[in-house]
Write a protein that binds this ligand. Structure first.
Ligand code: GLU
Length: 417
């Protein structure tokens, strides 16, 4: 691995190593955590609509299952790699530990370009992928969920394929399902809602009014798009949003309903014309109060970290900031809420969905949202206090908490045999 490459696994390991030194992690446990428990690579032959057969490559990585079954999303993207899956699976281990839900970490993905595929092709791809990993997933083993470019319909196909294999319905095998088959109310907006609770918690701690700030959101998918709507409903002003095609900026504020409508019609937020067109790099460098990266990894790097002009960054995406950039932001006094805390809302409501699915007993949306707020607020407080106590960044504090919890579980269970 090249030292300066943006290799996600290199960065995940560096993060672990630096926190291990700080907390005096047992060397044996450190070694265990440096290695994912299980890495599956599968070939997925799919009959395409034109009659040809195409073979896709899929992955499922389980990083650690000491605190409970593996948990984590499945992404469909042309840039998926095994190293990315390993890194994101490790992040899931930390995320579940930091907010205290009883899971280990996993991640899956398929190298593919969803806009190029028909719905039938995505369905066949999904079902065959599930059948290739079927012995390794299940409510007690590993529970997939949505991630980049996957959605409730895809989760329904996962649940159906698994259930057909078992011969009965197994809602607990996957989360982020449609509510008609055991999905949880509130799951679709949960990651965004968790990010919003984080913002309100920061405002309380740092002493600003969240309603008078200017927000910039990079990414307009499940997380970025829903966050724009939720913040707007609270009365917050979103001054810019962006997606893979570019960004739009209006310092008077954007109306998310109209942006979403333009997006539905044209496929991108740049279809919204009542705003200035900006590039992705310009978006990240906008003068604003709260910047929310809600797209992919490695967006804030050592190349652009000194250009960022915000007071607060809330990492709604997984791994949007490289370790080098993280150091620059810290030196510049920018308050960063790390991904493993900021975007945990999705995983938390996935946990609620799994509990409801196992018990066949379903909660109201109000109950889901209140419980989500409690968990997010408690985790935020704990990390904030730890960061003040040890005079470290929120990221370092979150990692300290997470790694310590997982290490304690490994220690108390002992090494088999
Ligand atoms: N893909 C989401 C994440 O990265 C959700 C994971 C889950 O719900 O299991 O947190």
């Amino acid at each position: 691995m090249k030292r300066n490459s943006l290799n996600p696994w290199r960065m995940a390991l560096e993060q672990l190593d630096s926190v291990a030194g700080r907390i005096g992690l047992d060397p044996g446990i450190h070694k265990i955590l440096q290695h994912p428990k299980r890495q599956l690579i599968v070939s997925i032959p799919v009959r395409m609509d034109n009659g040809d057969t195409q073979v896709f490559t899929g992955f499922r990585v389980q990083h650690n299952v000491t605190r409970g079954p593996a948990k984590g999303g499945i992404r469909y993207h042309p840039d998926v790699t095994l190293d990315e899956m390993k890194a994101l699976a490790m992040l899931m281990t930390w995320k579940c530990a930091v907010v205290g839900i009883p899971y280990g970490g996993a991640k899956g993905g398929i190298i593919c370009d969803p806009p190029e595929l028909s719905s039938g092709e995505v369905e066949r791809l999904t079902r065959r992928y599930v059948s290739e990993i079927i012995s390794f997933i299940g409510p007690e083993k590993d529970i997939p969920a949505p991630d980049v470019n996957t959605n409730p319909q895809i989760m329904a196909w996962i649940m159906d394929t698994f259930s057909m294999d078992r011969g009965y319905s197994v809602p607990g095998v996957v989360t982020g399902k449609p509510t008609s088959i055991g999905g949880s109310l509130g799951r679709n907006t949960a990651t965004a809602r968790g990010v919003m609770y984080c913002i309100f918690n920061i405002a309380k701690k740092l002493g600003f009014d969240p309603l008078t700030q200017g927000y910039v959101i990079q990414g307009y998918g499940n997380v970025g798009g829903n966050l724009a709507h939720l913040l707007n409903q609270q009365g917050c002003k979103i001054i810019a949003v962006g997606d893979a095609e570019g960004g739009i900026y209006n310092k008077k504020g954007l109306e998310p309903d109209k942006v979403s409508e333009a997006m539905r019609e044209s496929g991108s937020v740049i279809g919204f014309t009542d705003a200035e067109r900006i590039t992705n790099q310009e978006l990240l460098a906008l003068d604003c109060d709260v910047l929310v990266p809600a797209a992919l990894e490695n967006q804030i790097t050592e190349q652009n970290a000194d250009k960022v002009k915000t007071k607060v960054i809330v990492e709604a995406a997984n791994g949007p900031t490289t370790p080098e950039a993280s150091g620059i932001l810290e030196d510049r006094g920018i308050f960063v809420v790390p991904d493993i805390l900021a975007n945990a809302g999705g995983a938390i409501v996935s946990y609620f969905e799994w509990v409801q699915g196992i018990q066949f007993y379903f909660w109201s949306e109000r109950e889901v949202n209140l419980k989500l707020r409690d968990i997010m607020t408690h985790a935020f407080e704990t990390v904030f206090n730890l960061s003040s106590e040890h005079k470290v960044s929120m990221r370092t504090a979150a990692y300290m908490l997470a790694v310590e919890k997982v290490a304690e579980a490994i220690k108390v269970r002992g090494l088999y045999p």
